[in-house]
Design a protein around this ligand. Sequence first.
Ligand SMILES: [Zn+2]
Length: 292
Amino acid sequence: MKIVKEAAAGGMGTAVDAQVLSQINALSRRTLQAEEVYTFCVRLCDNEVDRDYERFPVETLEELSRLFVGKSGMFDHQWSARGQAARLYRTELVREEGLLTRAGDPYCYLKGYAYMLRTQANRELIEEIEGGIKKEVSISCAVARTVCSVCGEEARGCAHVKGQEYGGKLCWSELIGATDAYEWSFVAVPAQPKAGVLKGLQQRERLEQEAALGRKYLEGLRWEVVRLGGLAEPELGRDVCKSIAEKLGETELLALKKNYERRLSERFPVKTQLEYAGPAGEGGGKDGAFLI
Ligand SMILES: [Zn+2]
């Protein structure tokens, strides 16, 4: 199965000595001179349990280490549109002393050594990397199996749920048996988020926040429809009303709410309270702005 992971990149270029140059030239179409290439390092992936509750154990990282040599890295849209790419000429498993993963084993990560040509078109990009911008790398690869950390069975077949704890033991999936490494992509994020375009993680976080606010708004609207339904159609019962409201989307909920409000205003002479209750759940209210 195909796996896509993200990690923070790091590390500046290394000196292009004879050994590095021969590793690069083993991959390049024509023989390159030291002054023609720019090199830098990226952190490709590690053995920590990630936010999807998955992780690459060391053995898989070792397999990936071999598979990623020679693989091209793409830059974000702005750069890849101009056909710019870097390539890994070497990879290395790096152990960080004294750091343990959530799984309890020593932390290590797969470090990639990349090169790109010092062309005119690449100059700006090289300057950005040199300038110490924050970097994120996402990789995509294929693994043969995912294994449950609690019972050791195939993760898809067992009863344990990723992210849950069983007897104090966290459940995650071990990604076992790397079969292919497709590519890595390099997303450059300015060190000052306010100064530039938000990309990658920050953008995703923003979307998640907006989605959460959207859900909150819909929940509020459902609650309001159930409340009004209870007043307008008490014979229906709160549970039925609730289960109807749960199946409806925003448009239907707003229509139903309007309908209940109209019926209630016909029935009750004093409208103030009902009208007061109205705007809070209205689509044009404050929360409405978060709906896309
Ligand atoms: Zn299990």
